[in-house]
Design a protein around this ligand. Structure first.
Ligand code: GLN
Length: 237
């Protein structure tokens, strides 16, 4: 049975483990740096990124998490997990020292406003539907969600979201400035993949739809197979 690590400092780690269980995949709670050596893929859940970062720092997890990502091991960040994985985050109380990084993106931590501006939206995700089948759209649950404002050339955009102007008004003024008079810029990115990194601004673990978890497990298996076949290639002498 495949085993997936789930960072279990704070936030919706239980819900991720339950979603994995529905697929027949075991999720194990990760709280200590040395536990990262025992797993081949990791989910960083949603929650509250400042709190999660403080706990990660307390447990001295940042160096091991950065190494895990840099080694090319599969990692999926949802919501606060996406913020953790971004190379750059904007929005209050975020310092670069609190990011794991690796994902060539700039995120806004609370792009859609505060907790009461949380919402659900049907997202078009062609890559997910082509690999996993099922309904044409995925219902994204956005809870005080971040959004990706810029993505580098290596980043594959899996889903974006056309932000209604009413929602933009609730987000912070710097974003309003950025979006002002730019109809095409009111689209933000909400799901991406960059090699071994998958990131979603919303919470698939809070839905009954397990396609994102299935997608991540398959992605992890593929990366694992590639790594083991390349390690079998004899060294050139
Ligand atoms: N915006 C939140 C933060 O800054 C993340 C919210 C979430 O994970 N649901 O941490």
């Amino acid at each position: 049975m495949a085993v997936v690590g789930v960072l279990a400092l704070q936030g919706s780690f239980n819900e991720h483990i339950a979603a994995l269980r529905r697929l027949g995949v075991k999720g194990v709670e990760i709280r200590k740096p040395e536990q990262l050596n025992t797993i081949s893929s990791l989910i960083i859940p949603g929650g509250e990124s400042t709190t999660m970062a403080k706990l990660a720092e307390y447990h001295n997890l940042f160096p091991a998490l950065r190494e895990f990502v840099q080694m090319g091991k599969p990692v999926w960040g949802t919501c606060a997990g996406l913020i953790f994985l971004a190379n750059k985050a904007m929005g209050q109380k975020t310092g670069g020292q609190y990011l794991v990084g690796g994902l060539d993106c700039t995120v806004h931590r609370n792009f859609f406003g505060s907790q009461i501006q949380s919402f659900e939206a049907e997202l078009s995700v062609p890559e997910l539907v082509s690999k996993e089948g099922g309904p044409e759209t995925f219902r994204g649950i956005f809870i005080r969600a971040p959004a990706i404002l810029e993505a580098g050339p290596e980043v594959q955009v899996l889903a974006d979201y056309l932000v209604p102007s009413s929602r933009l008004l609730s987000s912070d003024s710097s974003i309003e400035d950025k979006m002002e008079n730019a109809e095409e810029e009111s689209k933000v990115i909400v799901a991406v993949r960059q090699g071994n990194i998958l990131a979603t601004a919303f919470h698939p673990e809070l839905t009954a739809d397990t396609r994102w978890h299935s997608y991540f497990v398959k992605m992890s298996n593929e990366i694992g197979e590639e790594a083991s076949s390349s390690s079998l290639v004899p060294a050139q002498v």
